[in-house]
Structure formats: C-alpha cells, structure tokens
Ligand binder design. Structure first.
Ligand SMILES: [Zn+2]
Length: 205
C-alpha cells in the first residue's frame, strides 16, 4: 500500500490545495467524490497524448461530471461531456473522430485496504454519519493506487443523438420540441416533473 501526502498531489496542473478551492467555488462544498474525481481526470489526462482536446463520457451523475467540467473543456452544455448513467464511478476521455481513448474507474478489488473509501462507494454508512475528513484523508493516501486505467474505443454511433434534428411547435403548450417525440411534446405527454404550473407571463407584446 503506497501512501501519498496531499502536498505531493497535483490535479491537472493545479496543486492539491488549489484544486480544493476550485471545488468549493464550483460545487459548493468539498464533496469526497469531487476529490477522487479530480485524481481520476488527472490520471486519464496522463494517459492521453498532450496538447489535444478530448471529449468525455461519465458513467455516473454523482459528483464526477463536475470534476470533468472543472478540469477539462468538456461540459454537458457544450456537448463534449455526455453522461451515460451506468451507475459506475468511471469516466472516459476520447478523441472525438476516432473514439480512441482511456477509461479510468475505481477498482473495487483494491478497496479492502481502504475502509472509509469502501464504505463511501458501497454506501455502507449513512451519509450523515460519514466522516468526510477521514474519508478525504484516506483518498489522499490511496491517491491513484485504487484506480484502474483501460484503453477503450467508444462506439460513436451508440452515443450519437439524432433525436433533435427537426423541431416543431407543440399545439398544446406552444413550445418547440423534437418532432420525433410525437404529436405533442414529451412535457404535454405527461413526462414533465411539475405537480403544479401556471402562467405568470408568456412574454411581452
Ligand atoms: Zn407541449
């Protein structure tokens, strides 16, 4: 078991302390998932050719997308980061035309030496009983020793979205929506998560 101190850790060119400040500013609080997520993005970067830009896939919605958005040019909004919610704490960075890249994941088989980290990923302790300081300290000592790296090629057809090619106006709500979704928009088909809504303004004339 190798032990690393936080003063030796860098995250995509930032010192550890700088990265912690970046997390606070971006994510609101120092979430443990953001700490290990930063180590994962850094490790992925180290396994890719330098000076090129890569797209990203994140396999969970929890914390890791924010680490990617903080440390790479990839965001959900610019389309370079896709969340494919497989429920695994893993990410891939890949070249967008060939799909060639690397995947970094948490190797569960390495977690027996790290009880706090294991309890975190397997949700063995209720969140309010979680000792975040002890957990983050353990993450610093474990650093990348619990992370696996794979060479991957992304199936670019599988992640391509063609659903939003043609838009039309929904006759019920009057908003634009992807025509493929049907006669009315998905919101008016009952898929909107609002238990109540009312119009306060529909724009000024
Ligand atoms: Zn509608």
């Amino acid at each position: 078991m190798k032990n690393v101190t936080s003063s030796e850790i860098t995250v995509c060119g930032h010192t550890y302390d700088e990265y912690i400040e970046m997390i606070k500013a971006f994510h609101g609080h120092v979430a443990p998932g953001m700490v290990i997520g930063g180590f994962m993005v850094d490790l992925a970067n180290r396994n890719l050719p330098q000076g090129e830009y890569f797209d990203a896939i994140c396999e969970t919605r929890a914390c890791l997308p924010d680490a990617i958005q903080l440390l790479t040019p990839c965001t959900v909004g610019n389309g370079w980061l896709r969340v494919v919610d497989l429920g695994r704490f893993a990410l891939s960075l890949f070249e967008k035309y060939t799909g060639d890249g690397v995947r970094v994941y948490v190797n569960s088989r390495k977690l027996d030496d790290w009880p706090e980290i294991k309890a975190f990923f397997f949700k063995l302790t209720p969140k309010k009983e979680q000792d975040s300081e002890a957990l983050i300290a353990e993450m610093n000592r474990a650093h990348t020793s619990i992370l696996g790296v794979q060479k991957v090629t992304i199936d670019l057809n599988a992640i391509k979205s063609s659903r939003r090619d043609v838009f039309t106006t929904c006759w019920l709500c009057g908003e634009g929506y992807p025509e493929n979704d049907g006669e009315i928009c998905l919101g008016c088909q009952g898929k909107a998560p609002y238990s109540h809504f009312e119009i306060l303004s529909s724009g000024e004339d």
